[in-house]
Design a binder for this molecule. Sequence first.
Ligand code: ADP
Ligand code: MG
Length: 591
Amino acid sequence: MDKKIKATGSVVEAFSNLLHVRFDGNIRQGEVAKVKVGSVELLAEVIEIAGQIAKIQVFEDTRGIKLNTAVEFADHLLEAELGPGLLTMIFDGLQNPLQKVAEATGVYLSRGVYIAPLDRKKHWDFHPIAKVGDVLKRGDALGSVPEERFSHTIMVPLSFFGKVKITSVTKAGSYNIDTVVARGEDEKGRAVEFTMVQRWPVKNALIEGRKVRPTRMMDTGLRILDTQFPILKGGTFCSPGPFGAGKTVMQHHLSKYSAVDIVVIVACGERAGEVVEVLRTFPELTDPHTNEPLMQRTVMICNTSSMPVAAREASVYMGAAIAEYYRQMGLDVLLLADSTSRWAQAMREMSGRLEEIPGEEAFPAYLPSRISAFYERAGEVQFKNGKTGSLTIGGSVSPAGGNFEEPVTQASLAIVGAFHGLSRARSDARRYPAIDPLISWTKYLNEVGVDLDPKYKGWADKVRATALILKDSDEIGKRMEVVGEEGVAIEDMLTYLKGELYEFCYLQQNAFDKEDAYSPLDRQIEMFALIQKIFDTRFEFDTHDAARTFFLNLQNELKNINFLPYASEKYKEALREIQKKIALKEGKVHA
Ligand code: ADP
Ligand code: MG
């Protein structure tokens, strides 16, 4: 292959981590550049080109950069290295493996140190799939290796275009990732060879397949999500909320319990030490579905505090590329970003340095398009072999003061399929998860009904009817605050009590209780049916007091069921007791 001469340049101006570089040769937007400071090379990215001046942002501390500091352009975009060995890894935004970094230099990287993302020495059991004579295209399987409990597909890289005729395939055996596993001839008769590693530019979506409409529910074990505001595999959701409302706790819950194969977590910590805490605790957790270490299905991208904000931006994209890679194998992947506001702030800082015309709250005018492009990488994809894979994306948003009328929340709401808004009032009242059912929504309710068992036909309608009860209950509650309990009709008070019961016994969930933390879908369906029964029952009470007493008792008994092991004798007994109790009161006049 002809080797291109790489473009080079030198620094003419520096403004924090934004450098103006005069260059010779051909470069493109998004290309990686290396800034040579003494013996270290700092990674940077081209963000603007005007004539022979490139504006580049450095991902690291820029001390030591001077006029005429040399810059070399790498002739490739910011890329992720993809292959067996990504699972269990914790990377920074530039894909440095942080566990290895910790072994080498303590928790944080020294400046200019880059460590190969994947282990070059480790051997993997390769099983060939392609055969000599096969004509393949990008994304087609060459073979597979077992990685944790998954079959990791080794494919024709997505950077390969056209057809390749396979001329040899390496036999089954144990090899490292740089081993050539297949050779072939491209359409022009040139020899090509493939290893177990490929590189994808991180900023653009990569898919080989056809996007289809998502229809499968992503079961999370959180009742307020699965029942009231469900998410689909391949869908998107966002959870804005004020500081301390429980966004991070919720994202951790989702990473633990969501019914997907692979979880990619992008942690842009809000509090100092939060990311370190994640690094410390996460590797010790077990997967509640398989009892295996949770890390076996997880890839984590963490921003270390030693890196400037530019690396935060990279980390969101790095996470997306890794997530897309596993989707391409036909797996269900969940990408969680906490918090996307930190990423938006990085954009704002850079935009300020570029002296772009600022939009709302000084965010760049392209903020909404960047946010949409990120969420649009989600989706259910059908591949040529009939298999499907999905990428679900969920981001938290942390607007200052919990004000949702700000650009990051608004741009996210404009694109996502489900909105789970956390409220300060609820977290202050310790009503967790603090998702406000009166403001939250999902566009996936109808599809969820399709995915569920036929016996739950009409589920979506019941959920909608329940939302109305919540709304009425809230209004009546407010009225009662003014006029007192006796000031409203008993009928109205019953609606209020029903809404409260649903909130207290069903929507609230204790993230730290062994049984309550995760509510399997069957359990949700059973409990929801029981609550529907309560909603449909025509209770008759003589006095407001009698109604209140009856409901408070019922509420406590129902709540206690949440803490009993699912389908245990005690659980079944408690359900029967409640059913009896309701039947007794049905239509009876009570003195
Ligand atoms: P945020 O990320 O929104 O700033 P966190 O997720 O860190 O907030 O939550 C702050 C605190 O609130 C937690 O440390 C925990 O004490 C409490 N909390 C949040 N969610 C729950 C929950 N589901 N159950 C019990 N406590 C919770
Ligand atoms: Mg948080």
